[in-house]
Design a protein around this ligand. Sequence first.
Ligand SMILES: Cc1cc2nc3c(=O)[nH]c(=O)nc-3n(C[C@H](O)[C@H](O)[C@H](O)COP(=O)(O)OP(=O)(O)OC[C@H]3O[C@@H](n4cnc5c(N)ncnc54)[C@H](O)[C@@H]3O)c2cc1C
Length: 319
Amino acid sequence: NFLSKACKEKGIPIKTNTQAAGFITESRDGKKTITGVRAVLNNAPIEFKANSGVIIATGGFTANQKLCSQLDPRLKNMKFTGSPCATGDIFKAVEEVGGQLKDLEEIQCNLGPVQKFSHRSGYHTDVKRHILVNNEGKRFVAEDGLRDVLRDAVLSQPEGEVFILVDSDGFQDLSSRFQQNGAASESLGYGWKANSVKELAEKMKVSPANLEEALSQYNAAVDSKKDVFGREAWMLVKKIEKPPFYATKARMAIHYTMGGIVIDTQARVLDKDSQPIEHLYAAGEATTGVHGTNRVGGNGILDAFVFGRIAGESAATHK
Ligand SMILES: Cc1cc2nc3c(=O)[nH]c(=O)nc-3n(C[C@H](O)[C@H](O)[C@H](O)COP(=O)(O)OP(=O)(O)OC[C@H]3O[C@@H](n4cnc5c(N)ncnc54)[C@H](O)[C@@H]3O)c2cc1C
């Protein structure tokens, strides 16, 4: 809203439902220069002239199941957490003008539901409040691990399915949306609530003895600040002991793509020789290199805003 208001005030038109499909180029002083964008609006081609430059801000390719599973076969048929428009369709056009793509195989996953994404419980969103167990009712990973560690650990469980567990305090601390999603997962048969750990285990169809052991070991680790799975001491602050207890089944979902278009510190798109392509800029999830192989939660918006602003400045000031 803030950004669209600012565009409106400055008389900058916003075209929605318009898919950028390619770049218009000219040779200036012997250099390939981007001078516009070819797009599609209502199935009809349309061109936009760009006096100062073109900024690519088309996001990642988490919804491109074909590409993601080619890059990492473990992601085959996996759901995605974001917009269905995150297809990376602009990459072809970037390559056509000589742009460099890198590290596409670095794909981040996050816990999602076993069915519709709109019903993901979000019980894992407060790391201090939850544990993960497998279908034997045993913990298998430090829940505060980096997202690639968690992805690999969850994908190595049978069927790639795990359970997220919170107690009454953890549930109360969730946003109302995630509480509602938890209730939705109960009605869909992959979420459970119970007044004892034993009863919860029976509903989850896991071994009650294992689940009780997992929770008592975890609660002891909160006291000792030493966790057998290596959870950090500052992530061992809340016991999971107050009924009712809640659990949902979860699977990994494709969440964020760290690879993409190579840019420099001025947000200029680089070619295969790492030289800037004249008047072509990129920012946000469409790019690569900012997060390495593991985006830390919260840094996606930061990246988009910081490099979006740099790209705008670069385009406005470049001669
Ligand atoms: C469920 C979820 C939760 C998240 N939570 C957080 C969080 O708490 N904190 C955080 O920092 N980050 C979070 N992220 C990541 C964050 O959303 C992204 O880092 C951020 O949205 C990237 O911004 P962007 O502008 O680069 O791309 P996007 O926000 O993806 O925007 C790209 C836009 O370009 C459009 N587009 C795509 N292709 C074309 C084309 N060819 N032509 C025209 N338009 C096109 C798309 O439709 C979209 O509107 C979350 C992501 C998800 C999926």
